[in-house]
Design a protein around this ligand. Structure first.
Ligand code: AMO
Length: 428
């Protein structure tokens, strides 16, 4: 974003007009400073006793932090000022006053704890650190969509109200929908598959809900997933797509969010890539005396893998069938295979994504649904959708909050979600 706060300029008089929020004021008796901010940056307004009109000079000493003001004045070079410029004000108008004191500290040195910041998120969004996180998240989301729409993927919008589980399991929020019971989508899974089977390649960012009761620093009950689904594709093809798109996203963040990364003190590198089979990952864990199940990695194992392969996007594939949802294709399309065409991707110590090739053969899908003790009746329209010309297809999903969390080394995912929803938090 261009670093200019100037909303208007009056060429004839050489005056400028700026609007923004009061970041801080300083009174040095004869000189008074106002640091004004907007999303593009900060500018210094300098009032001088005897030179600035008295009303304006007085007001400079009576501005509350975060109040919205409009300033008209003369723009001058000033080496010491942030951005190398200052405005000598002719008039200052308070457009909207902020109460004093604010419920939390929004200064650059704020020590306010996360829970209180989240209780007051509207205020917290004024702070530089919080804005830096969400400016980066904005680049992540837009680069993701840009990368795939540039390749001709259809940007599609699956429903959030669904009639049966999309991931299996019981982690579903139930809701009343007229006379029926419905659920909030756990993922766009079944819908993105139907779209890929007709429109080939799709991309979306969509909210999903997980009724997981546990409170952890990596789980939310509402998150947003960045998903793709591709026709005529297998797991290898879509892993390569993730490799290229994640590199592109990180490259864009490095390019577009230099100052935000500095504010957060994050030194980003384009990730390297490593492919491991689940068996290889397990034997690495055995060697490092880290116990894992036969069909899943633990948080500790994910951390260890990233220690072994730092700054690396690690794909763990040939994942055991028992650890993957009902829609994942058994290896080589063999119904009784022990391994699957599913994978997880790990980055900076955490799983950021799951994906794989899907079952596009109705009879095999029915078998897998039964094996997962799911009711065929609930999946009738999904199963039938594969009877009308359904090619092999594959895809994956990256949680945007989880990705932001790992990218920026944030310890609690709630900080990477504008308005987090967890077991206790639904306000604001
Ligand atoms: P999965 O359930 O592994 O797979 O989710 C994919 C990614 O979404 C994010 N995510 C979450 N983030 C925060 N809180 C949560 N509770 C949460 N749950 C998931 C993570 C995770 O890696 N349909 C499949 C994907 C596919 O095969 O295309 C799915 O949803 O980053």
């Amino acid at each position: 974003m261009e670093r200019t706060m100037i909303k208007d300029s009056f060429e004839k008089s050489g005056k400028v007009l700026v609007k923004g929020w009061v970041h801080e004021t300083r009174d040095l008796k004869k000189v008074r400073f106002l640091i004004l901010k907007d999303i593009s940056g900060r500018i210094q307004i300098t009032g001088i006793d005897g030179k600035t009109n008295p009303e304006t000079f007085e007001l400079l000493d009576n501005l509350n932090r975060e109040s919205v003001v409009e300033v008209i004045g003369e723009l001058k070079e000033c080496k010491q000022a942030p951005g190398g410029k200052e405005i000598l004000p002719e008039s200052i108008t308070v457009i909207a006053e902020a109460i004093n004191p604010l419920p939390i500290d929004t200064s650059d040195y704020s020590k306010t704890e996360l829970p209180l910041r989240l209780d007051n998120r509207a205020v917290d969004l004024h702070s530089q650190r919080t804005q830096a996180i969400f400016k980066i998240q904005s680049t992540v989301g837009s680069s993701f969509i840009e990368y795939f729409t540039n390749k001709g993927f259809v940007y599609a919008h699956p429903p959030s109200i669904i009639s049966s589980s999309s991931e299996g399991g019981t982690e579903l929020f139930k809701a009343k929908y007229f006379e029926k019971d419905v659920f909030l989508a756990q993922s766009p899974q079944l819908y993105k598959q139907m779209i890929a089977c007709s429109m080939e390649n799709m991309v979306t960012i969509t909210p999903v809900w997980r009724a997981e009761k546990h409170n952890t620093v990596r789980h939310l009950n509402e998150c947003r997933q960045m998903d793709i689904e591709m026709a005529f594709a297998d797991s290898k093809i879509v892993m390569k797509e993730m490799e290229d798109s994640v590199k592109y996203i990180v490259e864009q963040v490095i390019k577009k969010n230099k100052e935000d990364l500095e504010i957060l003190n994050v030194n980003l590198k384009i990730p390297k890539v490593k492919y491991l089979t689940f068996a290889e990952a397990k034997s690495l864990m055995d060697k490092n005396k880290i116990k894992i199940r036969d069909d899943d990695l633990t948080g500790e194992a994910e951390k260890k893998l990233s220690e072994l392969y730092s700054d690396t996007l690690i794909f763990v594939y040939d994942w055991p069938m028992a650890g993957k949802p009902f829609y994942i294709m058994p290896k080589d399309e063999k119904a009784d295979a022990e391994l699957s065409e599913g994978f997880d991707a790990i980055y900076k110590g955490m799983e950021i994504s799951s994906g794989g090739q899907r079952i596009h053969i109705p009879e095999l899908l029915e078998k897998r649904l039964k094996a997962n003790k799911l009711n065929l009746k609930d999946f009738k329209s999904y199963i039938n959708s594969f009877r009308f010309g359904a090619p092999p297809h594959a895809g994956w999903s990256i949680g945007i909050e989880r990705f932001t969390q790992v990218l920026l080394d944030i310890s609690n995912i709630r900080e990477a979600c504008m308005f987090p929803r967890d077991r206790d938090r639904i306000i604001p």
